[in-house]
Design a binder for this molecule. Sequence first.
Ligand code: FPP
Length: 260
Amino acid sequence: MTYTSSTVRVPDVATVPQHIAIIMDGNGRWATQRRLPRVAGHARGVDAVRTTVEACARAGVEYLTLFAFSSENWRRPDDEVSFLMRLFVTALEREVGKLHANGIRLRVVGDLAMFDKRIQDLIARAEAKTARNTRLTLTIAANYGGRWDIMQATRKLVEQSVFAGQAADISEAAFAQHLAMAYAPEPDLFIRTGGEQRISNFLLWQLAYTEFYFTDIFWPDFDGAALEQALASYTGRERRFGRTSAQLEPQAQNVDPLPC
Ligand code: FPP
C-alpha cells in the first residue's frame, strides 16, 4: 500500500498516532553528565530503543521511525562514527530475532551504499526475515537525510516521467511514491529528545502536517512514561490540515473538505 500526501488529501486521524518519528538526541550529554565517554550514551541509547519499540507496539502504534545516523553524522570524530557502526551491527545481530518473535517488521532507509558490505548484508537479511510481520514496522533511518531523500525521489520521477515526455505527471502523489518511506503514512507525531528544537534534515517532506513534541529528556532516559506523556500531548492536539476548527465539529464532518 502507498499513502498519498497530507497536502493532497486529509488523512484519517486516530487517537493513537499511526506513525511516530523520533530524533533520539542527548546521548552524548547523558554520558558527559555521568563523566562517561560519549559513546556510553549511545550504548545506553540502544536500551531506550528497545523500551520504546515495546511501548509503541503495546500502544498500538503501527509505524515507528528512528533517526539513528544522519547523512551529516559522518562529520563526527572517526572513533565515534566507528563505534556507532559497531553498535548498529551488534544491535542488528542481537535484536532481530526478538523483533521477529514479536511480530515486528524491520526496515532501514537511507543511502546504504555508504555502509560496509557486511552491514548491507545484515540489513538485507534482517529485512527479509521480518518482511511478513505486521504488528509494527520499525524503520531505522541510517545515513538518511531528508534532502537526500527528496533528491533521490526526484531522480526516479524524472527518469520515469520527463524522459518519457510526461512532465505533467509530476504531481505530489507521484513524487511521494518514490520517497524512501513511501510504504508508510506520513508521521502523525514527531518527537525530539535532548532539548533541541530542530528537524535536522529528518523527514523533510513527510513532516509537513506532523505534530511536533520536544522534550528535555536525554534519549537514554526516554522510557514508557516519557512516551505516555508524548502520546497524551498528541491526543490533546487539534489536527486541522489547513481547515478551521468549525469544520472539525461533528456536524461539519459530512461536508466536502475545502481545498487548503
Ligand atoms: C544523537 O545524540 C544520537 C545519535 C547520533 C545516535 C543515535 C544512536 C542510538 C540511539 C543507538 C543506536 C540505535 C540503533 C537503532 C541501533 P548525540 O550524540 O547528538 O547527543 P548530544 O546532543 O548530547 O551530543
